[in-house]
Design a protein around this ligand. Structure first.
Ligand SMILES: [Zn+2]
Length: 120
């Protein structure tokens, strides 16, 4: 399935940047994307990549989930729906089972495109 997204929603993105973003977004659907992935692949700043992904999410062209990391592991120790807001943090890490303060966890947001996205 191919979705269309109105580029006018993000007026600060330049035409040359949109063309590189389009190249990334036209790939196989269901691709997992994080802001640093889109930023690197499309050679755009991180905050712009974040804005593009949030606008896709807001347009219901992408799903999003929080990934929560702890210092014990490279991979996320748990994930939760983005719609629910910043998640409740456990008092012990689900991975290493050590007691953990909120400040020991870090967050990222992972997006998943629901289909190929065509920019208009
Ligand atoms: Zn841990």
């Amino acid at each position: 399935m191919t979705f269309t997204f109105e580029k006018s929603r993000l007026p600060r993105v330049k035409a040359t940047q949109w063309s590189r973003i389009a190249h990334v977004l036209a790939r196989e659907p269901l691709e997992q994307l994080m802001a640093h992935d889109l930023g690197n692949q499309a050679s755009i700043p991180y905050d712009m990549a974040y804005a593009v992904l949030l606008a896709l999410f807001d347009s219901r062209l992408a799903e999003a989930q929080w990934l929560i990391y702890h210092r014990c592991a490279e991979h996320p120790v748990f994930a939760t729906s983005f719609e629910k807001g910043i998640p409740e943090l456990p008092t012990e890490c689900p991975e290493c089972e050590e007691p953990a303060q909120d400040s020991e966890f870090t967050f990222d947001v992972q997006f998943r495109l629901l289909g190929a996205v065509e920019l208009r």
